[in-house]
Design a protein around this ligand. Structure first.
Ligand SMILES: [Fe+2]
Ligand SMILES: [Fe+2]
Length: 433
């Protein structure tokens, strides 16, 4: 596939997926952006307007990134055990043990993290998917699994679609009921949608690992460790949602769901930069926009327990957006003109992000935006809310595709960037010692 120009930015023609333009979705349950919150949008709009003249001087990455990377493995899989609201009983303990064994087996049977990723994406059962994600992430951190074995070809090895249970039935988004018309009731409706989103999020993270593992070396190991960490977080989120559904007397699958999030993966299958733009920096950032309002709504529905789960998930999602933005910047920097200063590189990253999203999901550039949480994740309104990116920087880049020459050139350039970053990190640590 050849390169095509989008405005001032050169990028691969990704529109091969016919529906990708308007339907790569957002990690936000239905009802989170509906007409009911029109009154809540006004303050957000005002804030967006305030930021329109914003001029960025330098990127502001998430301050918690290193802390998040250093977090100990979170083995608590039950919401009750986290907040002390429920004591684990024997049945729950038994369930936890089964899941632990499932996770350990997935890790011990995998030849590398990439092959484990393929196995997880090809596993239909949501609880098994969650258990395997946790087990593989733990094995990776313990140094028991190599990232990828020799000869791995992610595009050939990874399934085109994740395996799914027989239910929920996947339907077009318009056929998914609203909270008002939901057969499950309003609270269970929200938690069911969220469970579906978290299930997709697990697959999206593992697909990113498995599909782009061929770039290991050009992409440092930390890239794969970060996305395995994201997958592990998502597995915990899924289990909290499934647990809450159980408590509400509802089963995952009792209501239809849509497949829009996976369309984002398909539209970006051959372009890691597009994947980073669409999945963590757009879909997950939309989740940040929706999360706090959704939690408030659940409180309004009289369910503080579900609200607390949503609030916690939303808070943890900040790290996922931050990881996406960090790697998006890194890859952009590898492709940039090396004479650019830090502020100019940030403008290039913002423009490149805008070019991808305008091409693949222009609807996602409409608010309301949770400017504060997006800023916590290191994404400036320049990326998504400013119509006025004034800069003298000319964005002229080649984003790689399946062309081996471009891939090789990219590998070399990324390797150089990574080596420079490692050298400067070791200098900093030795000067701090
Ligand atoms: Fe999540
Ligand atoms: Fe996430």
């Amino acid at each position: 596939m050849r390169l095509a120009r989008i405005g001032a930015v050169t990028t691969r023609r990704i529109g091969a997926h016919p529906r990708a333009r308007v339907r790569v979705g957002a990690i936000a349950p239905s009802g989170a952006h509906d007409a009911h919150d029109a009154h809540e949008r006004a303050p957000m709009r005002r804030r967006k307007h305030q930021h329109q003249q914003h001029k960025i001087v330098a990127p502001s990455p998430w301050i918690g990134l290193e802390r998040w990377r250093a977090l100990a493995i979170d083995d608590r899989r039950r919401w009750g055990a986290l907040d002390g609201a429920r004591e684990p009983n024997d049945a729950v303990e038994g369930d936890v043990n089964v899941m632990r064994e499932m996770g350990e087996r997935a890790a011990s049977e995998a030849s590398c993290v990439a092959s484990a990723a393929r196995h997880i994406v090809a596993t239909a059962d949501p609880r098994a998917k969650a258990a395997m994600s946790h087990g593989v992430y733990k094995a990776l951190l313990r140094g028991e699994l190599e990232i990828v074995r020799e000869g791995w070809d992610g595009a050939r090895e990874m399934p085109a679609k994740p395996a799914r249970p027989a239910e929920p039935k996947l339907v077009p988004p318009k056929e998914v009921p609203s909270p008002k018309t939901s057969p499950l009731g309003r609270v269970a409706h929200v938690m069911h949608n969220l469970a579906h989103i978290e299930l997709n999020a697990i697959d999206l993270a593992w697909d990113t690992i498995g599909r782009y593992a061929s770039l290991r070396g050009a992409l440092p190991d930390q890239f794969f460790i970060d996305f395995a960490h994201v997958a592990d977080d998502e597995s915990r989120h899924l289990l909290w949602c499934l647990q809450r559904l159980d408590e509400l007397g509802v089963r995952y699958g009792d209501m239809v769901a849509h497949d829009v999030l996976w369309e984002g993966a398909e539209a970006t299958a051959n372009d890691p930069l597009a994947r980073l733009a669409v999945v963590p920096c757009m879909q997950e950032a939309r989740g940040l926009d929706a999360g706090p309002r959704l939690a408030e709504r659940l409180v309004g529905f009289g369910d503080p327990r579900s609200a607390a789960i949503v609030r916690r998930i939303s808070d943890e999602e900040v790290g996922h957006v931050a990881v996406g933005a960090t790697w998006f910047r890194t890859v952009c920097a590898a492709l940039d003109d090396k004479t650019l200063d830090e502020a100019a590189r940030e403008v290039v990253a913002a423009k490149t992000f805008r070019a991808y999203i305008e091409k693949l999901a222009p609807d996602a550039l409409r608010g309301p935006f949770n400017v504060d949480d997006r800023a916590r994740a290191g994404i400036d309104p320049l990326w998504y809310a400013s119509d006025d990116i004034t800069t003298s920087v000319k964005v002229e880049k080649h984003v790689w595709d399946a062309d081996p020459e471009i891939m090789d050139a990219l590998r070399r350039r990324l390797s150089t960037v990574v080596a420079v970053e490692e050298a400067s990190a070791s200098q900093t640590s030795s000067s701090n010692a």
